[in-house]
Ligand binder design. Structure first.
Ligand SMILES: [Zn+2]
Length: 312
């Protein structure tokens, strides 16, 4: 480990790499949080996974998600996550991702199967982990699913609860209300990178899913754009983001926990949509976003996994 001075917060500790278990890291850089605390971004010498380490504990990270967090959210360039404009944009991305991931095909076959099996049609079930105010819960309900969400931040969930959505407030890994073997699908939209123990997240998802159930996740992707931008990369928000996976690293970890890949799509040229874009910025984004997607080098990635039968 580098001899660089560790973070000035007493709530941090060095943890073994979640992918390979080693505790041998190379310092990439030190990055300041929005509260001007310093965190080390390191690369594991065993498996190359980029991560914040030493890590602040859950309580320390949780304090970042105060009532202002979703209002000053900057990684997508919107000032207010709860605005109607943001909701529309988020739902547009869900729709596009599910289509690109061939989830629509699976969903169609599931609805058809359920209809054929029972006259009293039971709805397919889904849980969105890290659901914020429940945009995806609402989105899936409208697509004919029995949908629930779970979210750490009570500030975020208030809006969704007001609309009558089923949202649990709490830590996904500690939640006891979730029934094993009960879900057709589980999703993590830009939430895995926030979680302290991604391996436990995959393992718990496996236990909650029915045989051959689906896991959909999106996360920032450590690839060419991330390496080029380094500490200035738009997703290098510490300590909210703790892990920066490459595509093969994600597939490896999911595989070790009993999932196989159905499909993936990468997107995002690094140019974030903003309220006010100059003509040049807008034109560059309009040109680069599809190109990056075509060559599969986006700095966001969405993956569709299937829980495998033979595991365990
Ligand atoms: Zn490692």
């Amino acid at each position: 480990m580098s001899s660089h001075r560790q973070s000035n917060s007493p709530l941090v500790r060095l943890v073994p790499c979640c992918l390979c278990g080693k505790e041998d890291f190379r310092l990439l850089f030190v990055k300041q949080s929005s509260r001007r605390e310093s965190f080390q971004v390191v690369k594991c010498k065993g498996c190359n996974l980029v991560q914040v380490n030493p890590q602040p504990n859950s309580a320390a990270v949780r304090s970042c998600y105060d009532e202002k967090y979703f209002l000053r959210r900057t990684d997508r360039g919107y000032n207010n996550y709860f605005s109607e404009e943001m909701r529309k944009e988020v739902c547009r991305v869900y729709e596009q991702n599910l289509k690109d991931l061939k989830f629509d095909d699976y969903e169609g076959s599931l609805h058809a199967k359920k209809k054929a099996r029972s006259k009293k049609q039971s709805l397919p079930t889904t849980l969105d982990a890290g659901c914020a105010s429940g945009y995806f819960v609402d989105f899936m309900q409208k697509r004919g699913w029995k949908a629930e969400g779970i979210e750490l931040s009570p500030h975020a969930t208030a809006e969704g609860k007001k609309q009558g959505l089923t949202i649990h407030v709490g830590d996904f890994l500690k939640a006891k209300k979730l029934r094993p073997n009960s879900l057709d699908m589980i999703s993590f939209w830009s939430s895995l990178e926030h979680m302290h123990d991604p391996r436990a997240v995959f393992q718990k998802s496996k236990s909650l899913l029915k045989p051959e159930g689906r896991l959909i996740l999106s996360t920032c992707r450590y690839g060419i754009l991330a390496r080029l931008r380094g500490e200035k990369w738009r997703y290098m928000n510490v300590p909210e983001h703790l892990y920066f996976f490459s595509l093969p690293q994600l597939i490896l970890m999911a595989g070790q926990c009993g999932f196989r890949v159905i499909s993936w799509v990468s997107y995002g040229s690094g140019l974030t949509a903003k309220n006010k874009m100059s003509f040049l910025y807008r034109a560059s984004k309009a040109f680069l976003d599809p190109l990056i997607k075509l060559v599969d080098q986006g700095d966001m990635i969405a993956i569709h996994f299937q829980s495998t039968k033979e595991y365990g």
